[in-house]
Design a protein around this ligand. Sequence first.
Ligand SMILES: Nc1ncnc2c1ncn2[C@@H]1O[C@H](COP(=O)(O)OP(=O)(O)OP(=O)(O)O)[C@@H](O)[C@H]1O
Ligand SMILES: [Mg+2]
Ligand SMILES: [Zn+2]
Length: 509
Amino acid sequence: MSAAHGRLAEVHAVALVGLAPHRVRIECSRASGLPGLRLVGLPDAAVREAEDRIRTAIQRSGLRWPQERVVVNLAPADLPKVGTGFDLALALAVLGATEQVPVGALGGTWACGEVGLDGSIRPVPGTLPVALGARDLRAERLIVASAAAGEAALVQGLEVIGVQDLAEVVAVLRGVRRPAEVIPAPTAVEASTLELADVRGQPVARRAVELAATGSHHLLLAGPPGCGKTMLARRLHALLPPLELPQALEVAAIHSLAGERPPDAPLSLVPPLREPHHSVSAAGLIGGGSGVPRPGELALAHRGVLLLDELLETPRWVLDALRQPLERGEVAITRARARVCYPSRVLMVAATNPCPCGHLGDPRRACTCRPDRIERYRSRLSGPLLDRLDLQVEVQAVDLERLAGSSDGETTATVAERVVRARSCAAHRWGRGVANAHATSAQVRATASTACLRALSRAIDSLGLSARAFDRTLRVARTIADLQGASGVETGHIEEAIAYRLPTPSVVG
Ligand SMILES: Nc1ncnc2c1ncn2[C@@H]1O[C@H](COP(=O)(O)OP(=O)(O)OP(=O)(O)O)[C@@H](O)[C@H]1O
Ligand SMILES: [Mg+2]
Ligand SMILES: [Zn+2]
């Protein structure tokens, strides 16, 4: 680059592939040739449109649009650069190359924000994962829209500058104005208003809900309409302990990326609860969309609860898309342009009627379904998915007298306390934040006696269950032992655990 062409200005930005951050170097220099801007480095349509926005914004901000030829290179070229979040970095690179901001001031500077035609800087979805990524890629400071600064400042170890418009960022970089103070978004734990004591009767289902919350075991509640399935499923979420800060940030990053989190919202420590409608598409569940695939319900429920109500109303092929993500704790989406992975360690709670009319096995009302319809209905739940539902409970309707009576069960607070205590046993054994459902086979097997394992083998065999069910049942037994404060898994724990797998006629057929 000859001196006549001025200096090379360099600004950095983050390109996200899923949640994975990649460094994008945006270099700008003047060049010989016809006046105009040339963008290289495979920008998508949005980045090309950025040129028009930036030109107008720069001119309207009392700054100078280059009258000479200017080349902007986005590197590496093979990385997809999607969205309007690169605007600010592009504008700064142009302003640096034309010596309107000192090139030296741009060193170590990363930027993320959309530039409006009037020069305003607007937040973009995904500012939080961009900030996390910038920190991990060793950025010194990150300039974002002031509306998103509180969100970005949740990330420790990164200087965050929030700016309203181009004029302000130029003044800050020239050193004639101090950056506005950035206050990190506060954290919040909104207490759930769902009370377990509101559920009358249902001791078995309540126990299963407690086990699910303690060990993160997937739960299936089957029973007639109005027996309290949805009520119980939602209360399971209320039993979960708050997230620790790094996990809460990870969850918020996914929600930010999906555009489901206002940038000025407090950082919630409450695990997410997602309740997709039963008509949800596979893409809605798994993630998708044009360009880089967006997170779906599975990723949005990461570290929380995915509640699938009316499970058998969802087509089987949609349900089958859940199998791999449930097993791996992450969901992979492959598109022509990118393969992305999102974490999806969810606790799945499913509720269903046992048959289309809902009254199969109901002592109070006769089922009116034809046998072939029942058959077709149940076949929507494939064996492999059923295998993953570790706790299967048949819920009966509670009689009206009992419903009208006073509360007869423990409160959310009482049960949540037990859940926390038992979870800490698991965490002590397996590592921080690891629930029994996430321990390896070798780990759980090591805490059970040979006699126990043999008893479990026999039971699995006689019930005709799969090998997968062996370790999954053992993990449930481990949770039962933890709630009892037992150090080893005993045959009594195995017996209770296997009871949740009994192929009850109304659930499995
Ligand atoms: N065990 C129960 N204790 C207290 N209230 C109950 C119980 N079962 C049902 N109810 C009452 O009935 C209403 C319906 O319960 P819920 O929606 O949980 O039923 P459901 O099993 O999900 O039914 P559906 O199959 O129709 O979805 C609740 O809002 C509650 O008022
Ligand atoms: Mg319901
Ligand atoms: Zn029926």
